[in-house]
Ligand binder design. Structure first.
Ligand code: AMP
Length: 612
């Protein structure tokens, strides 16, 4: 049973201005001394882990200086340490990667072999994450004063967790954070005053959690000064939920009751402590929600909202138009950049336009290095990053303070929890500097072609999935001539669309059920994060196959060449984003099919086979 949160009272000597000043000074100090801090961080990580197996195996021999470290230690990807990770997951508690005990695994939305990557973590990392969170509001309040006078309506959720065969918990980093005492028993802070009681956030049932958080948010609508979720997709899902359930929510507000479908006793208790009958508010919400247009619904229902706090950088930028419509153009604020491996940075200019967001990497979080990346061709404009690095490429990595303005880099980190020169997989571009510390635009996650929520599908996964699906066409003497794909975010939730051009030799027509089987086979073949999004989080809609008329992909090539692609080098893009190309493809669709049901998914890695 989750522990009841202690009600945080304001200490008598609480001085918000003083606290904010200290935080801003901390940012000044660590960015002004970025190189010294980085040197110290690396020395600290290496000295405390000097005797771990991984560093010994590579012969680091207790050295803690940058030069020796860079000369001796290889730059690695997850697959390089997967055998070590598996040993830890299977119960080996010896100091393999880290001298501190591994407290749990954080399951990344990045996958390897179709399963979530497992990031070992240690207890003290929670403090570092809490520190990064504590920087956000003092920075924000420089641009938007008075945020301490009201509440934040944030839709926050926990996801399912599993146990490794060795008994360690494996769960997403945010689930770990919300379930920790750092969140549940947070001391008084006017900036962590949320409309959602902890119990509604910690409720494992996503329907009950969403319903109760919306109910509390609507009921306290006048107090809300900012709204948000982690990613844009999650926030839009909440608005969609409201569209579907506002009559029931209004009914609860009118009568001071909570819908009997909400059965979790902790949630019911927590909500009933807040809710009193308010027929006037219920009438107001009803009038607003029954209007034909939902344009500006956020500013209408929560009239004091100053901004929407969601990540809209990277693939999340596809949701900006929808958010602009719902919020009537309120500022969209991206506050931080973080991952399961480590939390990295904050946006020091939070009211800037989404396209200009840059994150200042905080030098105390981990030791950073940067691998230069080069654009390989002007048409797809995709950055080229080698999978394994030659000796020379390994020497090209530069330190935090040595990156160059305008240059793109892949992020490589050495963390307190046992990752050494680990390639995170993100491509960043230097946009400026805060003192000595660089500020980065987030460019993309390497190789990802499709993403709706936290799912990240790469070209190889897509290719394999399509290959599995086309087997259904063999009995009809049909083959797939060409295909491409795009993420359709005009539906809520969004979904993957595959565009197929067939080459038909047989005369038997292909029944719709065969294409539906193709849709499902693709979904079954995609990685576990995708399938979880379909099954558990309901954050991804059924996959769609659109069959286009013969010759469509020739037209696509003609179009690309008219835009400047080289005829010799032209390759069908496996994912398209450019609106005119999507329109061209859609104008030639002859039939469409959807996946008839959800693919299979179980929490944890399938091979662990434990669901208790
Ligand atoms: P996970 O390992 O599942 O926690 O996901 C971390 C990844 O999410 C990062 O490596 C990025 O690819 C992406 N991400 C996190 N924060 C941001 C951000 N502010 N903007 C764009 N992408 C982000």
């Amino acid at each position: 049973m989750p522990e009841a949160p202690k009600s945080p009272f304001k200490p008598l000597d609480y001085n918000l201005a003083e606290k904010n000043k200290k935080v801003l000074q901390f940012i000044e100090d660590v960015t002004a001394n970025a190189d010294e801090v980085q040197k110290r961080v690396l020395a600290e990580i290496l000295s405390r882990n000097a005797s771990v197996e991984y560093l010994q195996k590579h012969g680091l021999n207790s050295h803690t200086d940058r030069e020796t470290f860079k000369k001796i230690m290889p730059v690695i990807t997850y697959e390089d340490i997967q055998p070590d990770i598996n040993r830890i997951a299977n119960g080996d508690t010896s100091p393999i990667l880290c001298s501190n005990p591994i407290s749990e695994f954080l399951t990344s939305s990045g996958t390897s072999g179709g399963e979530r990557k497992l990031m070992p973590t240690i207890e003290e990392e929670l403090k570092r994450r809490t520190l990064l969170y504590s920087l956000l509001m003092p920075v924000m309040s420089q641009s938007v004063p008075g945020l301490d006078k009201g509440k934040g309506m944030y839709f926050l959720f926990v996801k399912s967790e599993a146990k490794t065969p060795g008994g360690l918990l494996a769960r997403p980093v945010l689930t770990s954070y919300y379930k920790s005492s750092h969140f549940k028993e947070r001391p008084y802070d006017p900036y962590t005053n949320y409309t959602s009681p902890n119990q509604t956030i910690l409720c494992p049932d996503s329907y009950q959690s969403m319903y109760s958080q919306l109910l509390c948010g609507l009921y306290q609508n006048k107090e809300v000064l900012r709204v948000g979720a982690v990613f844009a997709s999650g926030f839009i899902r909440a608005i969609r939920f409201l569209e579907k359930h506002w009559t029931s929510l209004c009914n609860d507000i009118r009568n001071g009751t909570i819908n009997p479908q909400i059965t979790d006793p902790l949630v019911r208790d927590a909500v009933m402590k807040i809710l009193k009958p308010d027929p006037k508010l219920a009438d107001f919400i009803e009038v607003e929600c029954s209007k034909d247009s939902w344009q500006g619904i956020i500013t209408r229902l929560w009239p004091n909202t100053k901004y929407v706090d969601v990540i809209v950088t990277g693939t999340m930028s596809q949701y900006i138009p929808t958010l602009d419509r719902y919020s009537n153009g309120l500022p969209l604020v991206c506050t931080m950049y973080a991952s399961s491996e480590c939390y990295f940075g904050v946006n020091l200019n939070p009211l800037c336009k989404p396209s200009e967001v840059s994150y200042t990497l905080i030098p105390t979080m981990c030791y950073y290095e940067f691998l230069p990346v080069h654009r390989n061709n002007g048409v797809t404009n995709s950055p080229s990053v080698p999978i394994s690095l030659s000796e020379k490429e390994q020497q090209e990595l530069v330190d935090l303070v040595d990156v160059r303005l305008g240059q793109e880099y892949e992020l490589v980190v050495t963390t307190y929890s046992g990752l050494y020169r680990y390639r995170v997989g993100d491509v960043l571009r230097v946009a400026g500097f805060k003192n000595k510390a660089p500020q980065f635009n987030f460019i993309c996650r390497k190789n990802v072609v499709l993403s709706i929520d936290s799912d990240k599908t790469d070209e190889v996964e897509l290719q394999n999935a399509v290959q599995n699906a086309v087997n259904h066409l063999i009995p009809f003497d049909a083959t797939l001539a060409e295909y491409t794909s795009y993420a359709d975010t005009s539906t809520i939730p969004g979904h993957y669309v595959l565009i197929w051009e067939l080459s038909l030799k047989g005369s038997t027509p292909i029944p719709p059920s065969v294409f539906e089987d193709c849709c499902l086979t693709i979904e079954e073949s995609l990685n576990s994060v995708y399938r979880q999004g379909r099954v558990s989080d309901k954050s991804i809609g059924p996959l769609e196959i659109k069959i286009v008329s013969p010759g469509t992909f020739d037209k696509l090539m003609d179009y690309a060449i008219s835009l400047g692609a080289s005829i010799n080098q032209y390759k069908t893009p496996r994912c398209v984003k450019f609106a005119p190309i999507v329109e061209l493809l859609n104008s030639r669709v002859v039939s469409t099919y959807f996946s008839p049901k959800c693919p299979k998914w179980v929490p944890g890695h399938t091979q662990w086979n434990n669901q208790d």
